[in-house]
Design a protein around this ligand. Structure first.
Ligand code: NAP
Length: 350
C-alpha cells in the first residue's frame, strides 16, 4: 500500500486530497499543528482513515520526526498561512510558514529519504498569486512572477526553492501553480465562501447583508476536488516538473455574487454592500490560467464549471444552515470558521 504524508489536513485541499488518495488505496498520514487543535475532533469524525501526526512547518525537528514515523512514498506540502489579506498584517509569520516552511519540509525529506537517490516524491502547493501583476494573459508556467502580497512573495520563495532542490539534489519535487479553487470546505474568511455562506443565511432570514471589498477583482475559480487530482498526477510522472492547474476562465467577485444570489432567487444588488476598508492594500486584478501543459502531460482538465461550483457551495451552505435551524449539530467548519471570520472581519480588511 503506498503511503502519503499531507500537511494542511485540516485545510480545504488536504481533506479533498486525503479522500482522493484513500480512494486510490493509499495509507494517508496528516500533519496537525498545535497542542490542542480545535479541528482535530471533527477531522477524525469526517476522515477516520487518516492517521494524524504532530508537526509544525516552523519546526524542522518536528517535520523530521513526522516523516520518520510515516515513512511516506509521497509528501504533499500544502500547509501554509494561505489567506492573502492576513499576510499583509502578519508578513513575517507568512514568510516563515508559507516560504521557509517549504525549505524545512524539503530538508526533512532529504534527512529522512537520503541525500542521494531519495525515493520520496514531493509536491509543493504553489499559487497563481505569484503571477500577481500579470505580465501576460493567460498565465502559464513561464509567466514571470510579480507577487503583490507578502503571501505571494513567500510562495515565490517556496516555488524557487523546490526548483533549486530538484536541480541541486535530483529530488523528485514538483510544484502545482494552482489558480483559485473553492468548494464547501473553503474557509469562511475567503470571499467565495463568505458570499455563499451569506447567501444561505440571507435566504433563511438569518442575516441582512454582506459587506465585500473589490467587486472587480477577477479570478480563475475552479473546484478543489478537481485540483487535488492534478497534484497526485504530478507525482505519478517519471520526471518532476511544474504545472499550472486552472480552468482558463476568469470571473469577477461581482459575477460570483450575482450567480450565488440568483440561485436563491434574490438580486445581489439588494444585499451586497461595498466597503473600501475591505479592499487589500495592493490587489491582483486579473488572473486566468492556461492549463495546456497539465492537459498534455498529465491528461488533467477541470470537470466542474463555474456555475456548478457556485451551485455546489450555495447548496451546501443552505443545507448546513437549515440543519442548524432544525437544532441539529452545528457544522464543525461553519462554527469554527464563523468565529474566526468574526475576529478577522473586525480587525482585518477581508
Ligand atoms: P487552508 O484551507 O487555508 O488551510 C491551510 C492549512 O495550513 C491548514 O491546515 C493549517 O492548519 C495549515 N497550517 C497553517 N500554519 C501551519 C503551520 N505552522 N504548520 C503546519 N500547518 C500549518 O488552505 P487550502 O485552501 O487548503 O490551500 C492549500 C495550499 O494550497 C496552501 O498552501 C495554499 O496557500 C495553496 N493554494 C491554495 C489555493 C486556493 O485557492 N485554495 C490556490 C493556490 C494555492 P490549521 O488548521 O491547524 O491552522
Amino acid at each position: 500500500m503506498p503511503t502519503a504524508f499531507v500537511t494542511d489536513i485540516t485545510g480545504q485541499d488536504g481533506q479533498h486530497l486525503a479522500e482522493f488518495l484513500h480512494s486510490q488505496g493509499y495509507h494517508v498520514f496528516g500533519m496537525v499543528k498545535g497542542q490542542n487543535n480545535p479541528r482535530v475532533e471533527a477531522l477524525q469524525a469526517e476522515l477516520p482513515f487518516v492517521e494524524l501526526v504532530p508537526g509544525d512547518l516552523a519546526d524542522l525537528p518536528s517535520l523530521v520526526a513526522a516523516l520518520q514515523m510515516a515513512q511516506p512514498d509521497e509528501v504533499y506540502n500544502l500547509g501554509a498561512i494561505s489567506f492573502v489579506a492576513l499576510s499583509f498584517s502578519q508578513a513575517e509569520l507568512t514568510a516563515n510558514i508559507t516560504g521557509l516552511g517549504v525549505l524545512r519540509m524539503l530538508e526533512a525529506v532529504r534527512m529522512v529519504g537520503g541525500a542521494t537517490n531519495n525515493p520520496i516524491r514531493f509536491y509543493q502547493a504553489s499559487s497563481s498569486e505569484m503571477c500577481g501583476q500579470v505580465r501576460e494573459t493567460p498565465q502559464t508556467e513561464l509567466t514571470p512572477f510579480h507577487p503583490r502580497s507578502p503571501y505571494g512573495c513567500a510562495k515565490v520563495f517556496g516555488h524557487d526553492i523546490v526548483v533549486n532542490y530538484r536541480e541541486s539534489y535530483g529530488m523528485h519535487a514538483s510544484s502545482g501553480i494552482l489558480f483559485n479553487h473553492e468548494g464547501p470546505r473553503r474557509g469562511i474568511e475567503f470571499v467565495t465562501r463568505k458570499v455563499t455562506n451569506a447567501v444561505a443565511r440571507i435566504k433563511l432570514g438569518l442575516q441582512d447583508e454582506v459587506v465585500l471589498g473589490n467587486l472587480d477583482s477577477k479570478r480563475d475559480w475552479g473546484f478543489a476536488g478537481d485540483y487535488v487530482k492534478g497534484m497526485w498526477l504530478m507525482l505519478q510522472q517519471d520526471q518532476p516538473d511544474d504545472y499550472v492547474i486552472a480552468t482558463h476562465e476568469s470571473h469577477s467577485v461581482r459575477e460570483f455574487a450575482e450567480e450565488a444570489f440568483r440561485l436563491v432567487n434574490l438580486r445581489w444588488q439588494d444585499f451586497v454592500t461595498v466597503d473600501k476598508r475591505f479592499s487589500r492594500p495592493l490587489d491582483v486584478n486579473y488572473l486566468q490560467g492556461n492549463y495546456t501543459k497539465a492537459y498534455q502531460h498529465l491528461g488533467w482538465k477541470p470537470e466542474i464549471t463555474f456555475n456548478r461550483l457556485v451551485e455546489i457551495m450555495v447548496t451546501e451552505d443552505l443545507n448546513r444552515w437549515k440543519r442548524w435551524q432544525r437544532g441539529e449539530h452545528f457544522p464543525w467548519d461553519a462554527s469554527h470558521h464563523l468565529n474566526e471570520a468574526r475576529i478577522l472581519t473586525r480587525s482585518l480588511k477581508v
